[in-house]
Design a protein around this ligand. Structure first.
Ligand code: HSE
Length: 432
């Protein structure tokens, strides 16, 4: 089976090196002789040595090359990559891609084109780097009604959060490190604003719940506005703050949301630090499961790319209708479950406000909450610092409807005794 690699960046060079290093065992597993026949890349990469392989600066030469059976798209982005992948499919070639943005935004179009041409499109590396979570949801957990999944699926955000929390590093410093190590997106705002995690979550939600890919319906919030004092208060309450991607079957629809989240400090997933990723999946038959590994980087991502190449080789001789469906459900068998707007989500909350230190303020805040049926689970009030008349007031609520909670936040902000905005961060127990 002849493959052509488009893109020789971090993942492209990693893929080249893994294929070369493990050739014999990869071929034995695939039952095929896998050969890299062409590489398309704008520039060389000192991380690999493609001597002996035809290298072109024109990536479209690779997708038009009659000798290429499988195009491995590792250029990223959604403009040229979309054109490249659709042209590869039109040319009757199978596609392996690590491109989450492409699948999240143009997956429906790409899978329809691929179905018409009876070619495979594999994208394990698009979500959580080396963790085989696509295969897990599509095949391993195929018996289950998935109740929810929650993951740390942006390595850069987790790396920054960990560095800030454990080493007191500045946000910009930690981000620069993540960029130097090749974890961050070309545009790092995709990482720190939650867009990269949202791309990945769209894919996971579709596989888990049998819904179409709907990137525009994901509630997306990153870590860029998170303050260190909230990380510290969360710890005091027994929690850690992680950037979580959550998809949950709820009444009337599926919640699909990405945001900083307080999670119990004693949960396994709270221990996932640095660039590592982890995804918890709760199935009705299997119960809670957790998958952990490197979510970014050259060879961890290459591990997933090469696994897809092996899968393509194994499936080459099976009839298209006998292959594993692109999005887990055969045909276009999506169910009609809607993605819920964020206002309809039920979650607990961490709130922090700056309250005037005088009698009656706590009562006023408490009655705003109780008027909306929101129960307070824990509360901390700090002593005023010398010379200051406002004190930090921190509370945890029980689960409430997002729209009720937001109405309460607005009413609290309107109180004369409260200065500035109320910081509000969602809390997930991840226990049921
Ligand atoms: N920028 C991504 C991350 C790379 O930090 O997780 C892997 O998709």
């Amino acid at each position: 089976m002849n493959i052509g690699i488009c893109g020789l960046g971090t993942v492209g060079s990693g893929t080249f090196n893994v294929l070369n290093r493990n050739t014999a065992l990869i071929n034995a597993r695939a039952g095929a002789n896998i050969q890299i026949v062409q590489i398309g890349a704008r520039r060389d990469n000192p991380a690999c040595d493609p001597t002996g392989v035809s290298v072109t600066r024109d990536i479209f030469e690779v997708v038009d090359n009659p000798a290429v059976d499988v195009v491995v798209e590792l250029i990223g982005g959604t403009t040229i990559a979309r054109e490249l992948v659709l042209r590869a499919i039109a040319n009757g070639k199978h596609v392996v891609t690590a491109n989450k943005a492409l699948i999240a935004q143009y997956g429906s179009e790409i899978f329809e084109a691929a179905r018409r041409q009876s070619v495979m499109v594999a994208f394990e590396a698009a979500v959580a780097g080396g963790i085989p979570i696509i295969k897990t949801l599509r095949e391993g957990l195929g018996a289950n009604r998935i109740e929810w999944l929650a993951g740390i699926i942006n390595g850069t955000s987790n790396f920054i959060l960990t560095a800030m929390e454990e080493e007191g590093r500045a946000f910009d410093d930690a981000l620069a490190d993540a960029q130097a190590l090749g974890y961050a997106e070309a545009d790092p705002s995709f990482d720190v604003e939650g867009i990269d995690a949202a791309h990945k979550l769209v894919i996971l939600a579709s596989l888990a719940f049998g819904i179409p890919l709907q990137f525009d319906k994901v509630y997306t919030q990153g870590i860029s506005k998170l303050e260190l004092q909230d990380v510290a208060y969360a710890r005091e309450l027994g929690y850690r703050i992680k950037h979580l991607a959550i998809a949950r079957q709820s009444e009337g629809g599926v919640e699909v949301r990405v945001h900083p989240t307080l999670i119990p400090g004693n949960s396994l997933i709270a221990e996932v630090d640095g660039v590592m990723n982890a995804i918890m999946v709760k199935g009705d038959a299997v119960g809670p499961t957790m998958f952990y590994g490197a979510g970014a980087g050259a060879e961890p991502t290459a591990s997933a790319v090469v696994a897809d190449i092996i899968d393509v080789a194994r499936a080459l001789n099976s009839a298209p209708e006998a292959r594993v469906p692109y999005l887990a459900f055969s045909g276009a068998n999506f169910n009609g479950t809607p993605i819920l707007p964020i206002e309809a989500v039920h979650t607990a909350y961490y709130l922090r406000m700056s309250a005037l230190d005088k009698p009656g303020v706590l009562t006023a805040v408490g009655s705003i909450m109780s008027d909306r049926g929101i129960s307070i689970e824990a509360i901390i009030q700090k002593r005023p610092r010398p010379g200051q008349d406002h004190v930090p007031l921190i509370m945890l609520t029980n689960k409430a409807l997002e729209s009720d909670l937001m109405a309460a936040v607005t009413a609290i902000e309107d109180l004369d005794a409260i200065a500035g905005k109320v910081v509000h961060i969602r809390v997930e127990a991840l226990d049921k």
